[in-house]
Design a protein around this ligand. Structure first.
Ligand SMILES: Nc1ncnc2c1ncn2[C@@H]1O[C@H](COP(=O)(O)OP(=O)(O)OP(=O)(O)O)[C@@H](O)[C@H]1O
Ligand code: SF4
Ligand SMILES: [Mg+2]
Length: 361
């Protein structure tokens, strides 16, 4: 679905999270700040999936934590159905939180090993008893196990009795318990074996249709979000540097950073792999406590010029594409944006394998 036509369910403007950088134990003195998130804007349409991609440390999890209200922004707004949730408190906040749930990266550490699967999935009902009366909870939890492809009879087992993929299914069932409208999935498959990743992604896609969910799907690798995302935002050092519909980003990227990320995506077809250009980025990602002036990507960009150090490029459709209406006409924060096809377009039918239930533990 194209997010430009669907009803907006979430709208993020100027989102900032700066952490103070301090020195000294007795007399703490602020010596700077870590600009973990430094001005992020996006919108999410109902039923849509927005993929957010970027290297480690670029601020993806910090954005996720702010979306589900685990952390307060330093500045900016997060509007859920038009209402700024960063200003809510008490009962109003609790009601909104119910509708925006998170699925975490690591199914090994995010599930309490001393709790049964039933208690883990049903725990959100302790905070929101209005969703499920006590007598009805066990049945609801069993329904949820069934929905995520696990045997409802596993309700009394413990997390260690499950495989990685199954544990992530448990995490997803827990995320669904309160019947949210939005799920923020922070690298939900990164800790899983490659063979299991596609199954969990397919499960998330099926659940999206079944429960009319909208997703913010975070990953560090563009190949993972390819099939599930309607739109993609590429993050670098606390900001989104390029954003557009799935095909615009994969087949017509205009930002050098996106092009470099794409050139590292695995290509299964050996012929296509041979024709693909590899762009190797030199240098490390700068520290978010010391962001370069002008374009924050300039210290690693092979196209950088003087202007790049002086002027911050805005996230907008670059002037040279503004009137073309072609697929390159999407937002890209680069003074010298240029279309470049890095990965050969996919043949039809290149979808991942269908969802398969996992074997019993
Ligand atoms: N509580 C905190 N205090 C200070 N700095 C923090 C805090 N939380 C995160 N950071 C810093 O903010 C930056 C962004 O972190 P974040 O976890 O959001 O990145 P990420 O994109 O999710 O990375 P990864 O792919 O490794 O999960 C990092 O440099 C991190 O060290
Ligand atoms: S603005 Fe300059 S440094 Fe930044 S991505 Fe574009 S060419 Fe590279
Ligand atoms: Mg993270």
């Amino acid at each position: 679905m194209d997010g430009t036509t669907a009803e907006t369910i979430l709208e993020v403007d100027g989102l900032v999270k700066h952490y103070p950088l301090t020195r000294g134990i007795l007399f703490r003195k602020q010596i700077g700040e870590v600009k973990a998130v430094d001005g992020v804007d996006f919108r999410l349409g109902r039923g849509e999936t927005l993929g957010i991609v970027g290297e480690s440390g670029c601020g993806k999890s910090t954005v996720a934590r702010m979306l589900v209200n685990l952390e307060r922004p330093t500045a900016g707004t997060i509007k859920y159905k038009g209402e700024d949730i960063t200003r809510l408190s008490g009962r109003a906040l609790k009601a909104v939180r119910r509708n925006i749930q998170m699925v975490f990266q690591d199914p090994y550490t995010s599930l309490n090993p001393r709790m049964t699967v039933g208690d883990i999935i049903g725990e959100p009902y302790e905070i929101h008893p209005e969703v499920a009366p006590k007598g009805d909870r066990r049945r609801r939890v069993q329904d949820l196990l069934d929905v995520v492809g696990l045997n409802p009879e596993y309700v009394n087992r413990y997390p260690h009795q499950f495989s990685g993929g199954q544990r992530q299914r448990i995490g997803i069932a827990r995320g669904l318990a309160l019947r949210p409208e939005i799920i923020v999935a922070d690298e939900p498959v990164s800790a899983l074996d490659v063979s299991v990743q596609a199954q969990v992604v397919n499960l998330l896609e099926r659940l999206q249709d079944e429960f009319d969910l909208s997703y913010v799907f975070i990953a560090h690798d563009l190949s993972i979000v390819r099939h599930i995302s309607d739109r993609v935002g590429v993050m670098y050092l606390g900001r989104i540097v390029e954003t557009g519909r799935d095909a615009e980003i994969y087949d017509h990227p205009t930002h050098p950073y996106t092009q470099a990320l794409l050139s590292a995506v695995p290509v299964p077809d050996p012929d296509a792999r041979e024709h693909r250009e590899r762009i190797i980025l030199t240098g490390d990602v700068p520290s978010p406590a010391n962001v370069p002036s002008g374009c924050r990507f300039r210290t690693r960009c092979w196209k950088a010029q003087e202007r790049c150090a002086l002027e911050v490029p805005l996230l907008a459709v670059p002037a040279e594409f503004r009137f073309t209406e072609g697929p390159a006409a999407h937002d890209s924060a680069c003074h010298f944006a240029e279309e470049k096809q890095v990965v050969p377009p996919e043949e039809p039918g290149g979808e991942p394998p269908a969802e398969e239930p996992e074997s019993a533990p």
